[in-house]
Design a protein around this ligand. Structure first.
Ligand SMILES: Nc1nc2c(ncn2[C@@H]2O[C@H](COP(=O)(O)OP(=O)(O)OP(=O)(O)O)[C@@H](O)[C@H]2O)c(=O)[nH]1
Ligand SMILES: [Mg+2]
Length: 192
């Protein structure tokens, strides 16, 4: 897909506040600080569209962006952020899992994993969750610019073994733009 138009739509903190299921939704999920919001800005080419931060826990709401007037990109709060309290963690966990299970208009979950630490326990749990609910998902390995050559080979091998049902695995750097056109081409299958 080619993105010609992107606009922030709404932030919600509860399922009751979600917009009508008028468009297919491509959802960006992953651990806190993995680079979800930065990826969104890189894909749309609009700096500051999604709020980013070097401190984990920046995105705390479900944020909707309307792309090309016909698909939603959804920026989710990250999971696995240690500094939030247990109660808030449980609340987010429930919100995210209920959203992913119940929302019929989700056409694809893009699971972002840090390419330097690709198979952490919380990420494996997320992959298991998506597979058990038969949600189509693809993987983006973020911060690929930080990897050395040897690590690139290892990371790929690990991912292919623990995400067997992934529709795609894309190496991505929001800083260089590596992986952008490849990822947008995959989205073509999920936006009609
Ligand atoms: N080197 C490098 N750093 C990146 C890349 N993408 C994101 N970052 C950095 O990672 C940090 C976190 O980025 P965010 O996009 O805010 O992460 P997030 O997943 O939205 O985090 P939460 O909202 O807390 O869940 C920022 O300091 C970014 O500059 C990348 O491709 N390469
Ligand atoms: Mg964020």
């Amino acid at each position: 897909m080619k993105i010609v138009n992107s606009a922030f739509q709404i932030s919600v903190s509860a399922l009751s506040g979600l917009p009508q299921e008028s468009f297919p939704e491509i959802v960006f999920a992953g651990r806190s600080n993995v680079g979800k919001s930065t990826l969104l800005n890189s894909l749309t080419g609009v700096k500051g569209l999604a709020k980013t931060s070097s401190t984990p826990g920046k995105t705390r709401l479900i944020n909707y962006f309307l792309i090309n007037q016909d698909v939603y990109f959804v920026d989710l709060p990250g999971y696995g952020y240690a500094a939030v309290g247990q109660a808030e963690k449980a609340l987010w966990g429930n919100l995210l899992s209920s959203y992913i299970i119940q929302r019929r208009s989700i056409s694809l979950v893009v699971l972002l994993l840090d390419s330097r630490h690709p198979a952490m326990q919380s990420d494996r749990a997320m992959i298991g969750f998506l597979e058990s609910h038969e949600r189509p998902y693809g993987i983006v390995l973020t911060k690929y610019d930080k990897l050395r050559q040897k690590e690139k080979v290892q990371t790929r091998r690990i991912m292919e073994s623990c995400a067997a049902k992934a529709k795609f695995i894309v190496n991505y750097s929001s800083f260089s733009g590596k992986g952008k056109s490849e990822l947008l081409a995959h989205f073509d299958h999920y936006i009609c």
